[in-house]
Design a protein around this ligand. Structure first.
Ligand SMILES: C[S@@+](CC[C@H](N)C(=O)[O-])C[C@H]1O[C@@H](n2cnc3c(N)ncnc32)[C@H](O)[C@@H]1O
Length: 197
């Protein structure tokens, strides 16, 4: 089994679970910069639990995560993450209790013949435009986010950065790119969004 270490966090990988890559590291480092002790943080789609593990290793926070894949949920649990196996927010209390909600969604535009078999497809398949999960996430997120909380979402230039920001504004969120990194065929960005008052 492979174990990776980053900023005092240790995560062991298992088969059929998204292996933390540049996107995971960019989101983890950005989230670490923006979180403070005492916060309540929710991560949607935790995969191995890598991003959550980095936060937990460095901050005294309350953190809970969700994950749709039972294989990934089991992996995250074995890495010490308090994870609920569910579809996005389903089953969580709608109490506007989180200071930060973090999501590295499947963001790649994916045609029918590009899908991968099994649960791992949920890690990559962003639908035809790469934004399949953005709207359902935005539709629900305000039921869970505190009035002065923020969202961090990792996406790629292939997802359509302006389109995602536009989608967020439809739900009364003000959003901007706060971190980016050029990879071989795409630019990865972290979008930070908060309610526009
Ligand atoms: C790109 S991977 C990111 C994994 C991890 N957060 C990271 O940064 O390394 C996306 C993850 O979201 C999960 N996922 C996709 N759709 C989901 C949904 N509707 N609800 C919960 N998790 C979901 C996938 O199974 C996958 O583990």
């Amino acid at each position: 089994m492979v174990t990776i270490e980053h900023r005092s966090a240790k995560v062991t990988l298992t088969d059929q679970v998204y292996e933390p890559a540049e996107d995971s590291y960019l989101l983890a480092d950005t989230a670490l910069d923006l979180t403070k002790d005492g916060m309540k943080v929710l991560e949607i789609g935790t995969g191995t639990g890598f991003v959550s593990a980095v936060l937990k290793a460095n901050r005294n926070i309350y953190l809970i995560a969700t994950e749709i894949s039972p294989i990934a949920a089991k992996c995250a649990k074995s890495n010490g993450i308090d994870v609920i196996r569910t579809d996005m927010f389903a089953g969580l209390k709608e109490e506007k209790q989180y200071d930060a909600i973090i999501f590295n969604p499947p963001y790649l535009p994916t045609a029918e013949d590009e899908k991968v078999p099994g649960w791992l497809n949920y890690a990559f398949d962003g639908g035809v435009d790469g934004r399949k999960d953005v709207e359902p996430f935005m539709q629900q997120v305000s039921n869970y986010l505190k009035p002065h909380g923020f969202i961090l979402m990792l996406i790629s230039s292939l997802t359509g950065i302006e389109k995602v920001i536009e989608e967020m504004s439809k739900y009364s969120f003000e959003a901007q790119v706060i971190a980016s990194e050029k990879c071989s065929f795409e630019k990865l960005v972290v979008i930070k969004a908060h309610y526009s008052y």
